[in-house]
Design a protein around this ligand. Structure first.
Ligand SMILES: Nc1ncnc2c1ncn2[C@@H]1O[C@H](COP(=O)(O)OP(=O)(O)OP(=O)(O)O)[C@@H](O)[C@H]1O
Length: 622
């Protein structure tokens, strides 16, 4: 399926995503079909004879510089470390003239950036357009990267070719913008002084040029690269300087050593400068024009100027195009020029950003409103083809293990196998369980959002909708070895259901925590496998209310499994948590009243406590 680029660009983002995804699927299908025919004996093209021993094998070798770039883009941290160990040069230059740090900033690879900075990479390196890694991190709103760069002492006031500092590219209201503004404030720089600094350059150049004019020095002097004052003023968009130069007789169409005229530079850097000599410029051939014009309006402007120039060649009486039309063209978006991203790249960035845009906005609200200043971080991985192992083309033990390991390395701890959700215990805190993430997974129709990765919240959501559709209780079966994360998963399910059903301004979370404390005190104990192992069977059930056509309650039934643990302890194992909590927390008087001064007696008391307390907690109001 071929689709016109302009048409694709004009579609709304969601539609474009779906269309592009479909096109990718078609491409892959075609590819597999072609491969199949090629592999059939005698099918497809001629089968080449196997190479004889005297024939040289041709191998394509990529430089370490190329391989490390690829590893950074893929977030393959182990590979980055290996390549650096193998003497890949951390100072490798990328195609934009920037450093590997620029690449890390674009792909939000904080780990690789940290490693490279540790190995002495200069954080202030600028690419061809004088962008630092901080400019890129700001444009992409990669807050973690911005924080890292600030901590390592990046210069936040470095200007790019357009005279923009990184803050100019940070979208107002985003986390990045907040962090940068705070940093500037802490360093005694306010916005007005920044404004002065930015207007300083054109005004300094203007006064220098006026001085040159008054002293009668030629305005067409060139530096070693053949660059004139007009080149500089055009590239930087200093309109007043351009008018003074042209009015005072500067050559309007000098070429530098690379045959670039001031107009080429103005077009490349998106500077909308109208001056009357535009239409005296030679026609730029099509491919060249497309590659230099920073935006469509600028390309249209060049086209009009060219048409007029051609007409005036034939007939000099044709009037020049109205100059105000050129002046009034809107300036291009600030980030479109230096990044010059292809549509697919822009989409893949958008894919990442858009998915969590609403989370980020909400996070920012939480951020401003949070008096403790704790940032609620949300970091979900974008959806990937291996999100559902059932859809893999090869299903063997090793391929499944390989995929699981790969996902685990990227903190993608959840994976679908059809409708079953597989969890690999990360044994570390991941920022994927906040109520904001819960809200992301809420679905009004019951259909899960394909742009969100697998998550325990999506299973909870599915159970909720199944309950509504089937109008009968639903149950979760959490199975796995001790310490695999069943209890935690159960807590997350209940938390999600609480978020889904909480009335405004009423949070069930504190209640849930209190309930869990009681459950864990009486039903959990330290084992060799798990410091907080549940020695009970829990049944989590969702009950449907026919009248209200909604979830009546989520109930956790707890059945004590190991009463024997109270009286008999297996080697290296503990009693139920409540035993230690009482021994630690009670006052001496309370202890003596409960006969807890003596260790052996304590066991008897615990027997009584555990047998009497039937823990059946129900989280109502959901
Ligand atoms: N999703 C998770 N994110 C972070 N850490 C987790 C997660 N799941 C489990 N853990 C960690 O692993 C520990 C053990 O998990 P948990 O108690 O849920 O295991 P379990 O399967 O219920 O074990 P048992 O069968 O012995 O009760 C937890 O105390 C927690 O530190």
């Amino acid at each position: 399926m071929e689709i016109d680029q302009c048409l694709l660009e004009s579609l709304p983002f969601g539609q474009r995503q779906r269309l592009v995804r479909r096109m990718r699927c078609d491409q892959i299908r075609e590819y597999y079909e072609r491969e199949k025919t090629l592999q059939k004996p005698g099918g497809g093209v001629k089968v080449k004879a196997p190479p004889t021993s005297h024939m040289k094998k041709h191998r394509i070798r990529f430089s370490l510089g190329d391989i490390i770039q690829d590893a950074i883009i893929r977030h393959d941290d182990k590979e980055v470390l290996r390549l650096l160990k193998e003497r890949a040069d951390p100072k490798t230059t990328i195609s934009s003239g920037g450093s590997l740090l620029h690449l890390c900033a674009r792909h939000d690879n904080v780990f690789a950036a940290e490693v490279l900075i540790e190995r002495g990479l200069n954080v202030n390196l600028q690419d061809e357009d004088l962008w630092t890694a901080l400019h890129i991190a700001c444009v992409c709103d990669h807050a973690d990267m911005v924080l890292l760069l600030l901590l390592t002492g990046v210069n936040v006031l470095l200007q790019d070719v357009n005279g923009n500092i990184p803050l100019d590219y940070a979208t107002e209201g985003t986390e990045t913008s907040y962090i940068l503004r705070k940093h500037l404030e802490e360093n005694g720089i306010d916005v007005s002084s920044m404004h002065t600094m930015r207007t300083q350059r054109p005004s300094t150049m203007l006064s220098d040029v006026r001085q040159l004019v008054s002293s009668g020095v030629s305005l067409n002097q060139r530096n070693n690269d053949g660059v004139t004052l007009l080149h500089i003023a055009c590239a930087s968009g200093y309109r007043e300087v351009v008018s003074v130069l042209l009015e005072d007789g500067a050559d309007p169409q000098p070429s530098d050593n690379g045959y670039w005229t001031p107009l080429h530079l103005a077009a490349k850097y998106g500077q909308v400068l109208s001056y009357h000599c535009t239409f005296t410029y030679p026609v730029v051939s099509d491919p060249q024009r497309e590659s230099i014009a920073a935006s469509d309006p600028i390309m249209a402007m060049l086209l009009r100027a060219e048409e007029c120039w051609v007409e005036r060649l034939k007939d000099p009486s044709v009037p020049p195009p109205p100059s105000d039309e050129l002046i009034l063209l809107p300036p291009p978006l600030p980030c479109s020029t230096p990044l010059s991203m292809s549509l697919s790249k822009r989409d893949s960035l958008l894919e990442k950003c858009a998915m969590f845009m609403c989370t980020c906005t909400k996070t920012m609200c939480g951020y401003y409103g949070n008096l403790c200043g704790v940032v609620l971080q949300v970091k979900l991985m974008p959806p990937a083809p291996n999100d559902d192992l059932a859809s893999l083309s090869e299903l063997t033990n090793s391929s499944l293990l390989y995929e699981m390991q790969k996902r685990f390395g990227n903190d993608q701890i959840y994976t679908y196998i059809g409708h079953i959700l597989l969890l690999v215990n990360p044994n570390k805190e991941l920022p994927i369980y906040s109520s904001l993430v819960s809200q992301l997974y809420l679905s009004s129709s019951g259909r899960l959002c394909s742009s969100l990765p697998p998550h325990i919240f999506s299973s909870a959501e599915r159970a909720y909708h199944m309950m509504l559709q089937e109008r009968r209780p639903q149950c979760f079966i959490l199975s796995g070895e001790s310490g695999s994360g069943k209890t935690e998963a159960c807590k997350h399910i209940v938390r999600h259901l609480a978020v889904r059903s909480s009335p405004k301004g009423f949070s069930l979370e504190p209640r849930m925590n209190q309930v869990n404390c009681i459950l864990e005190a009486f039903g959990h104990a330290k084992t060799t496998m798990n410091d907080n192992s549940s020695r009970v069977i829990k049944l989590l059930s969702l009950q449907y209310c026919d009248k209200r056509k909604t979830l009546l309650r989520a109930r956790i039934y707890t059945y004590m499994l190991e009463k024997s643990r109270v009286a008999y302890l297996p080697r290296q194992q503990h009693n139920f948590n409540i035993f230690y909590l009482m021994a630690e927390g009670l006052s001496p008087e309370e202890k003596s009243a409960l006969h807890l001064n003596n260790f052996v007696k304590c066991v008897c008391v615990c027997v009584r406590v555990c047998v009497r307390v039937r823990v059946r907690v129900c989280v109502c109001g959901v």
